[in-house]
Design a protein around this ligand. Structure first.
Ligand code: PLP
Length: 405
């Protein structure tokens, strides 16, 4: 047994980087002002928020007025779906009073639940919803989206990297398709907006997030997945995008997101984003360690890798083991000092098989037998070797108990 516990659940959350914590610390006690106060304390906090906004804007290739701080990705994604829907519905009603307008949303069947459930709630409230299924490798075909776009489509939301299988989605390609669809619409005199949103929470550490390169109108980030604090995130909103406020009250965030700013959290988010490029230097090593997990764990009989190996973030490994109950495996690994998961931390209380894996055409039985290992920037070879040594006897023992091989 290693003396230290091994944390391989970095898709659920990451530890705060020491440099991020250092940056945040003064904003709890010494520089505690409310950025909306006119005095010195307030202005000190305002400068810190302006600086963080600039850091995020630089990362996204955006301008700082297009960055809105939120409490995290769940809020940003809810805001996207409900905010776009509300604003477009309101303007459609104003333009043609009495007309019936059924807005159409396109998203994927394996989004994080905060996008999926917001979209399903919108469907219940009368919107039309198309759920695009990924292929068996966990990748969306951009042409499947093209086929679904109608004159009433107002929002397309596709995640950049899936949180369970780490697969990379063709966001740039989808962005091109949407750009052409917008141009066609305008040529036909249809003024209905068509917005493209991506949840880039699991991509930010690894992939280019420049909003013009991707062709997105809205983009979500969360601080705690990039070595920043929990409870801070942002939504990029391209200038000119119609979106209703996420909550009403004061005039914070240009009147679109009321409420006193989480100053330390926002400062931490800005710093975390500014460190991403530096951390990218460690990605080849991370990928090598992850590939070692693939190679060694696949030697266990009755094992499969879930999701494409080619289009995949370098930190993610996801397996299914024949005859194994994922939950028992997680408990056994935890007892051996290894923190892993079967899938999304937000769904871990649910006994339903992963909606991500089943949407890829994986059977509920195989989906129940899954293990997600997600490496962090400080993962070591010693830790990976320990997992490789501990896992086979655990699988063997669990298979003996279940009587299934
Ligand atoms: N979107 C994705 C892809 C995620 O992985 C997560 C977190 O698990 C979220 C959204 C929700 O993020 P937050 O915890 O910031 O609300």
């Amino acid at each position: 047994m290693l003396k230290k516990r091994i944390y391989l659940d970095n898709a659920a959350t990451t530890p705060v980087d020491p440099a991020v914590l250092k940056e945040m610390m003064p904003y709890f006690m010494k520089k505690f002002g409310n950025p909306f106060s006119a005095h010195f304390f307030g202005q000190e906090a305002k400068v810190a928020i302006d600086n963080a906004r600039e850091q995020v804007a630089n990362f996204l290739g955006a301008s700082s007025e297009e960055v809105f701080f939120t409490s995290g990705a769940t809020e940003s994604n809810n805001w996207t779906v409900f905010g776009v829907l509300k604003s477009v519905k309101t303007s459609a009603a104003a333009e043609k009073p009495g007309s019936i307008f059924v807005p159409h949303i396109i998203t994927s069947a394996f989004e994080h639940h905060c996008v999926l459930n917001s979209s399903l709630a919108s469907e219940k409230a009368g919107a039309k919803l198309s759920l695009i299924k990924p292929n068996v490798d966990g990748v969306i075909d951009a042409q499947d989206i093209a086929k679904e776009i109608t004159d009433q489509t107002i929002l397309i939301s596709i995640m950049y990297v899936n949180n369970e299988v780490g697969t990379i989605q063709p966001i740039k390609e989808i962005g091109e398709i949407i750009k052409n669809a917008k141009a066609d619409r305008l040529a036909k005199g249809n003024k209905m907006p068509l917005y493209f949103h991506t949840d880039a929470v699991q991509a930010a550490n690894y992939l280019k997030c420049d909003v013009d390169y991707l062709g997105v109108d809205l983009l979500t980030l969360s601080a705690h997945k990039i070595y920043g604090p929990k409870g801070a995130g942002c939504l990029y909103v391209r200038r000119g995008t119609r979106i209703a406020p996420s909550q009403y009250g004061g005039e914070q965030e240009s009147n679109l997101r009321a409420g006193t700013h989480n100053v330390p959290g926002i400062v931490g988010m800005g710093k975390a984003v500014s460190l991403i490029e530096k951390h990218k230097k460690g990605l080849p090593k991370m990928k090598k360690l992850r590939d070692k997990l693939f190679a060694e764990i696949m030697k266990i009989s009755g094992t499969q890798i879930n999701g494409s190996r080619e289009f995949r973030a370098p930190n993610n490994a996801n397996f299914s083991f024949r005859g194994i109950e994922g939950e028992s495996l997680i408990i056994s690994l935890d007892m051996a000092g290894i923190a892993a998961s079967t899938g999304s931390a937000c769904s871990s209380a649910s006994l339903a098989p992963s909606h991500v894996l089943t949407s890829m055409g994986i059977s509920p039985e195989v989906a129940h037998a899954s293990l997600r290992l997600t490496l962090g920037k400080d993962a070591t070879e010693q830790e990976i070797n320990y997992v490789i040594k501990e896992l086979p006897p655990i699988i063997e023992r669990l298979r003996k108990i279940s009587g299934r091989r």
